[in-house]
Write a protein that binds this ligand. Structure first.
Ligand code: ATP
Ligand code: MG
Length: 261
């Protein structure tokens, strides 16, 4: 077994005691979380446990009310998604964010468009040919199959859109990729492809954080599992030692590990 499958890499990203309130709702109540380099870590928990909120705090989309975020052991502040991206942190959000009017290549380069060389580039002309070419290469590398790369994303199926969103995040990530239910809308074949992409990305040394309600999927693809319940981390497992009953027990509160913070 490689180091990857035991999740033994260095800690890449860490959350300590995050609190996030929405009015009177306390979505995170001192949540901690650890993602290591070169592992797939699943973040699981019941509906409303705080998973998406935690991901938003760790990807700059929300700012926690208190707590600490560390990247490679150093405290960082993530006050915007741009700041997170600059640190190598990419996210596929649960409520999918693609630009429906643009084609897949344009979506891949959204916000990071390549400009033409020279004066045309300075005038803002985009190098669509280069972007198209790189997109085709990346989609092929990641196994994303689109019958037609020229159509707008809005005319693709939900699953194909989700695959493009996954590809976009992994192409740009250098540290951590958060995937909030990336396979929820996918058919069997595309789900397998996304899981293969996840493993490939993990094997390059990036940390992949997978949020999923599909426990067999979690047990098959994740190296480690962290469980959130009522806004706190309540348990941690390595996939090799965890059973379905352990996971369900931790999520529902039937099984309580020692405080896993
Ligand atoms: N923008 C918001 N405004 C108010 N309350 C919110 C907001 N976002 C999340 N919450 C609340 O915070 C809690 C945690 O929500 P969150 O979306 O993080 O859960 P989750 O674990 O991702 O659930 P799911 O599995 O259903 O996606 C819930 O009680 C939710 O209602
Ligand atoms: Mg969620």
């Amino acid at each position: 077994m490689t180091e990857n499958s035991s999740g033994g890499g260095e800690i890449a990203l860490e959350a300590r005691n995050l609190v996030k309130r929405y009015g009177s709702v306390e979505a995170l109540r001192g949540a901690s979380f650890t993602a290591r380099a070169g592992e797939v870590v699943a973040l699981i928990g019941d509906n409303g446990a705080g998973k998406s909120t935690l991901v938003k705090c760790l990807s700059g989309a929300e700012i926690p009310d208190s707590g600490e975020i560390l990247l490679d052991g150093r405290t960082i502040s993530l006050d915007s998604p741009t700041a997170a991206r600059a640190h190598g942190i990419e996210t596929v959000y649960q409520d999918l964010a693609v630009a429906p009017d643009l084609d897949p290549a344009a979506n891949l380069f959204l916000g990071r468009e390549l400009r033409r060389k020279g004066i045309l580039g300075k005038l803002g002309m985009l190098d669509k040919g280069a972007m198209r070419q790189q997109a085709v290469t990346e989609f092929a590398r990641l196994g994303v199959q689109l019958q037609n790369a020229d159509v707008s994303i809005g005319s693709l199926s939900g699953g194909q859109r989700q695959s493009v969103a996954v590809a976009r995040s992994v192409v740009w990530a250098s540290k951590v990729v958060f995937m909030d239910e990336p396979t929820a809308a996918l058919g069997v074949v595309q789900r397998e492809r996304v899981l293969d992409v996840i493993k490939k990305v993990r094997d390059t040394g990036i940390s992949v954080v997978l949020i999923s309600h599909n426990m067999p999927e979690v047990l098959s693809v994740a190296d480690r599992i962290e469980v959130l319940r009522l806004g706190r981390r309540v348990a941690r497992f390595t996939s090799a030692e965890a059973t379905l009953e352990d996971l369900v027990g931790a999520m529902t509160g039937a099984l309580s590990q020692e405080d896993a913070a």
